[in-house]
Ligand binder design. Structure first.
Ligand code: RTP
Ligand code: MG
Length: 143
């Protein structure tokens, strides 16, 4: 299986619930390595660009307002099959449909405030990593 990188965001609702560490533990227990991380307050322009693929969807305005409602924690995760593995750990977009034990089942409140984001394919992962991180901010493990 290929070593991949994926972009993870702990969204404002989960930061407010003070569960960054619990979510990081799930990544680590699954064998994913955090090779870059930062907390930031996303601007409206950044949120609109990041979720630009959803611009025409009815929930776009609420999604942008939510993503700028408080700080987020953004990280690059690396590991075997990282993109799909991370999506499995997250669970379904709607927490009511998320499998027990997934991050969204345990920490998300609703489909709008659903705790985490994860890239959905290796190609989008590369674009999303480049959106938030310069090459110098990424620290691959040497040991
Ligand atoms: P994400 O991009 O945040 O990782 O979530 P996802 O792939 O599971 O879901 P996606 O279809 O990409 O939707 C992006 C975010 O938009 C909000 N959403 N609301 N009200 C709705 O029907 C609806 N559908 C999507 C969610 O916050 C979702 O995470
Ligand atoms: Mg998505």
């Amino acid at each position: 299986m290929a070593i991949e990188r994926t972009l993870s965001i702990i969204k404002p609702d989960a930061v407010a619930k003070n569960v960054i560490g619990q979510i990081y533990s799930r990544f680590e227990q699954a064998g994913l390595k955090i090779i870059a991380a930062k907390m930031l307050h996303v601007s409206r322009e950044q949120a609109e660009a990041f979720y630009g693929v959803h611009r025409e969807r009815p929930f776009f305005g609420e999604l942008v307002d939510f993503m700028i409602s408080g700080p987020v924690m953004v990280q690059v995760l690396e590991g075997e099959n990282a993109v799909a593995l991370h999506r499995d750990l997250m669970g379904a977009t709607d927490p009511k449909k998320a499998a027990p034990g997934t991050i969204r089942a345990d920490f998300a409140s609703s489909i709008d405030e659903n705790a985490v984001h994860g890239s959905d394919a290796p190609e989008t992962a590369k674009a999303e990593i480049d959106f938030f991180f310069s090459a110098a901010e990424i620290c691959p493990r040497t040991r």
